[in-house]
Ligand binder design. Structure first.
Ligand SMILES: [Zn+2]
Ligand SMILES: [Zn+2]
Length: 146
């Protein structure tokens, strides 16, 4: 994973553009039901940074934040619908960014699976990296049967 420089990214239509200073704090595949539903995806790969490392270039007016649980909000582009960002009282001071919205996502290397209690058993990502789950979603668990 790159340790210096910055990553740029944005939504499908280009209304929302952002820049993130490296290094990121973590990068993980999230298998929770809320991520899967909100993104219409088998799992969602995220990275996290502290708020000061995150810069929204443009699209503040296009971005819509909506509650996805009592303590968390997710942001999407109101022009094209791309889900982009997540913030939660559980991780104060951090913003989480969907890796699929990064211009050069190969710069990021996911290191762990989280919330694997919810995972769809066919997810290939489960068989290649450490798996965390349990009530908090980030406790050590044994790997699922393959
Ligand atoms: Zn857009
Ligand atoms: Zn999730």
């Amino acid at each position: 994973m790159s340790n210096t420089g910055a990553l740029e990214g944005g939504c499908l239509c280009g209304a929302v553009k952002y820049r993130v200073e490296l290094p990121v704090k973590w990068c993980a595949h999230c298998h929770c039901r809320v991520c899967r539903r909100a993104h219409g995806a088998g799992f969602v790969t995220w990275f996290g940074v502290d708020r000061p490392a995150f810069h929204l270039h443009r699209g503040e007016d296009a971005l819509r934040w909506r509650a996805s649980s009592p303590e968390a909000e997710r942001a999407f582009c109101s022009e094209c619908g791309t889900p982009l960002f997540f913030r939660s009282e559980r991780w104060p001071g951090e913003i989480h960014v969907a890796v699929g919205t990064v211009d050069e996502p190969a710069a990021l290397l996911p290191a762990v699976n989280v919330f694997t209690d919810d995972a769809i058993p066919w997810n290939y990502a489960l068989h290649t990296l450490p798996t965390l789950g349990g009530p908090s979603g980030i406790e050590p668990v044994s790997k699922p049967q393959s």
